[in-house]
Design a protein around this ligand. Structure first.
Ligand SMILES: Cc1cc2nc3c(=O)[nH]c(=O)nc-3n(C[C@H](O)[C@H](O)[C@H](O)COP(=O)(O)OP(=O)(O)OC[C@H]3O[C@@H](n4cnc5c(N)ncnc54)[C@H](O)[C@@H]3O)c2cc1C
Ligand code: FES
Length: 286
């Protein structure tokens, strides 16, 4: 009997990975009309993650959502998330203030191949909020800048009002060792920059396609067209990486919510070599 009890208790106790830990908000910042960034203080010995990974963010009484980590991976004492308010959980999060607490599980998932790409040119293609999951990779590459060839950031948003991290983009644009091109789908006449989808920036940028690793993040349709154009200009299919999003529940490959065919986006992704996921673009979970 004791043995049976012990066994069943073991089976029902959730793994450590399923228990959120509470992190205190140290700063909130409005980025655009619908997007905001929160900084949290890790409770124990700092927070380690690899660029591209995500956390499950838990709002008591409302729900839990997957959100990529958008801060600097070398700063273990600060955890940063950039969130677009689209539905019940993220709209509740928009009301969070300094001093409030958020439940965190993670980090989960795979990462951008920044380390593996040393010696290559790097092209980062971001659409909308897709810049947030790529930002840790940009920090990592910039703090190891001498290890890479040309580094190019191509960023597209719907309108100028949707541009994230404006100040930082200006600072990056001022650097001689980083090429930053920005475009918007549509703008009023006071916009002096590029107009057009993000793929129109690919032929304008300067990198050696035969020695380039590309990291692409944004809506799936944007990723699909970006990949097509990168391939057309000569980037090898095995050197193109994308980040996939699906509805998630457990984040650890247990519940099957994010399953697409044989892959679990939470565990085998969200970052994939394009070749491994080209057939599941635009398809929902099984
Ligand atoms: C690995 C991963 C990383 C993500 N990183 C970020 C990030 O850094 N910043 C950010 O703002 N968002 C990110 N998302 C999307 C975010 O999880 C959803 O916007 C969020 O779950 C919406 O929850 P909600 O309760 O506010 O909205 P809901 O009311 O649940 O949904 C509102 C709308 O969002 C869609 N949606 C809901 N959940 C998801 C989801 N998981 N993926 C895609 N669409 C969804 C619904 O179809 C619906 O149209 C990420 C998603 C994944 C899977
Ligand atoms: S979210 Fe549960 S298996 Fe991926």
């Amino acid at each position: 009997m004791t043995a049976i009890l012990e066994k069943s208790t073991k089976e029902i106790i959730p793994s450590q990975e399923m228990i959120p830990e509470y992190f205190r908000i140290t700063k909130t910042q409005k980025d655009t009309h619908d997007t905001f960034t929160i900084e949290l203080e890790p409770p124990k010995n700092g927070f380690n993650f690899t660029p591209g990974q995500f956390n499950m963010l838990y709002m008591f009484g409302v729900g839990e959502v997957p959100i990529s980590i958008s801060g600097d991976p070398s700063d273990r004492n600060k955890l940063t998330h950039t969130i677009r308010a689209v539905g019940s959980v993220t709209r509740t999060m928009q009301k969070l203030k300094k001093g409030d607490f958020v439940g965190i599980r993670g980090p989960f998932g795979t990462h951008w191949p920044a380390e593996e790409s040393i010696g290559n040119d790097i092209v980062i293609v971001a659409g909308g909020i897709g810049l947030a999951p790529l930002r840790p990779s940009i920090y990592h590459i910039l703090s190891n800048r001498e290890k890479y060839g040309k580094v190019v950031l191509l960023y597209g948003t719907r309108t100028p009002n949707d541009i994230l991290y404006r100040k930082e983009l200006e600072q990056w644009r001022a650097r001689f060792d980083l090429e930053v091109l920005i475009t918007v789908d549509r703008a009023a006449s006071d916009w002096k920059g590029n107009v057009g989808v993000v793929t129109t920036l690919i032929p304008r940028s300067h990198f050696d396609p035969f020695n380039t690793v590309a990291m692409v993040c944004g809506p799936e349709i944007m990723m699909r067209f970006s990949v097509q154009d990168l391939l057309k200009c000569g980037v090898a299919v095995n050197n193109i990486y994308v980040s996939m999003e699906r509805n998630m529940k457990c984040g650890i490959g247990f519940c099957g919510h994010c399953q697409c065919g044989s892959t679990f986006i939470c565990k085998d992704g969200p970052v994939y070599p394009y070749n491994n996921v080209k057939d599941i673009f635009i398809k929902r979970e099984i």
